[in-house]
Design a protein around this ligand. Structure first.
Ligand SMILES: Cc1ncc(COP(=O)(O)O)c(C=O)c1O
Length: 395
């Protein structure tokens, strides 16, 4: 018998699409996979070289639970250099990916019954993590008209005496929304007058286009920094998803709590990955601008093609590598024989008819939308556009 905790977790909405895509691929069908949430680039050579050196130097043992001193020093310097933030090494905990940093942070501060505010559309794992901690999920629905940004007004209405945390993903997965300084300041004003934490998930920090400026939430003042648990990592910025290195930076009491949780669950992240992460964070950074200029080209192409399809609207993302188009025009079309009731039906239709795998908006708490990743080459994007266009002609 499984635990109630696990039984209460909702099965992933994406499972049906993913399972079908795997089946079709194994049957030899040429599937274009736009459901991926990771860079299609390879980890830069200097970082790979550094990992090989770690092995040769026998850096192969457990490290300090909270991460090596050298890596936490590199992160501390990065936070100062790039985000104008002063976090000392004792306030930084390295984990096995940002995902673990987020989970540890939630477990560290959320008591059963505490409310956690999550703006939708949200990254799929936030609600499940809150649920595992026994917290109550309070969803704020955002929409295209505000560029999927949660507003100060919405935030203040959602706050109660039980509010313990707000989870803010900037740049956002799945919408690619980037909060500008004034947006963050108006949220910070509300945060200042209340006593809850902000978990600032900044994993897509470096994937920003159109001269948008990334502002780290914690940098909005001392009071805000005290209330922020900053989460970041190297997975997306340096094409290192498989290396499993993320980190949290927070006031020392929270860092100690996160460290305690980690010491009884996974212990330190991989010694080799930590060594390589120092090179990623402190070594040459030109590779990032090369990746960004490629992502930007793809975004511009894909965005302009998708929005040229009749009935489809889309917020133009300024960050990450996803498009989040509104496909509600194609749902429940009376005159059509093809009846698609929701985004899951629509995704299954695209998979079966166009052989293009995407993620339904419902997986992110937003019905009527889809998430399409442009972390794939131009050739695939061009073919995907052509297949999507022909499949939609039948609806
Ligand atoms: C918004 C968001 N936060 C955190 C993560 C986790 O990143 P990591 O691979 O470092 O665990 C992801 C990965 O998909 C993500 O999209």
């Amino acid at each position: 018998m499984l635990s109630n905790r696990v039984n209460e977790l909702t099965a992933s909405q994406t499972m049906m699409v993913a399972a079908k895509a795997i089946k079709l691929k194994s049957d030899g069908v040429d599937i274009i996979d736009l459901s991926v949430g990771e860079p299609d680039f390879y980890t830069p050579d200097n970082i790979k070289k550094s990992a090989k050196a770690a092995i040769d130097k026998n850096i192969t043992r457990y490290t300090l639970n909270q991460g090596t001193y050298d890596l936490r020093t590199a992160i501390s310097k990065k936070l100062k250099r790039e985000n104008n933030l002063d976090f000392n090494v004792n306030e930084i905990i390295v984990s096995n990916g940002a995902k673990q940093s987020i989970y540890n942070s939630i477990i560290a501060v959320v008591n059963p019954g505490d409310e956690v505010i999550i703006p939708a559309p949200y990254w799929v794992s936030y609600p499940s993590m809150v649920q595992l901690a026994g917290g109550k999920i309070i969803v704020i629905d955002t929409n295209e008209s505000t560029g999927f940004k949660v507003t100060a007004n919405q935030l203040s209405k959602a706050i109660t005496e039980k509010t313990k945390m707000l989870i803010l993903c900037n740049p956002s997965n799945p919408t690619g929304t980037v909060y500008h300084k004034k947006d963050l300041e108006s949220l910070a004003d509300i945060v200042k007058h209340n006593s809850f934490y902000v978990l600032a998930d900044e994993i897509y920090e470096k994937l920003i286009y159109d001269n948008s400026e990334f502002i780290s939430f914690a940098s909005l003042g001392t009071e805000i920094k005290q209330k922020t648990i900053l989460v970041n990592g190297i997975s997306k910025s340096y094409a290192m998803t498989g290396w499993r290195i993320g980190y949290s930076a927070a006031s020392e009491d929270i860092a100690l709590a996160i460290n305690k949780i980690q010491s009884h669950t996974t212990s330190s992240a991989s010694s080799i990955s930590q060594y390589a992460a120092i090179e990623a964070i402190s070594g040459p950074q030109h590779i990032i601008s090369e990746m960004i200029s490629e992502y930007k080209k793809r975004r511009d192409y894909f965005y302009s093609e998708l929005t040229s399809i009749s009935g489809i609207t889309c917020h133009k993302p300024e960050g990450a590598f996803y498009l989040f188009p509104n496909i509600s025009h194609y749902l429940n079309v009376k005159s059509s024989e093809i009846k698609l009731a929701n985004s899951l039906d629509f995704s299954m239709y695209l998979l079966n008819e166009a052989h293009v795998a995407v993620v339904p908006g419902s997986a992110f708490g937003k019905e009527g939308y889809l998430r399409l990743s442009y972390s794939t080459n131009m050739e695939n994007l061009k073919e995907a556009v052509s297949r999507i266009k022909s499949a939609l002609k039948n609806i």
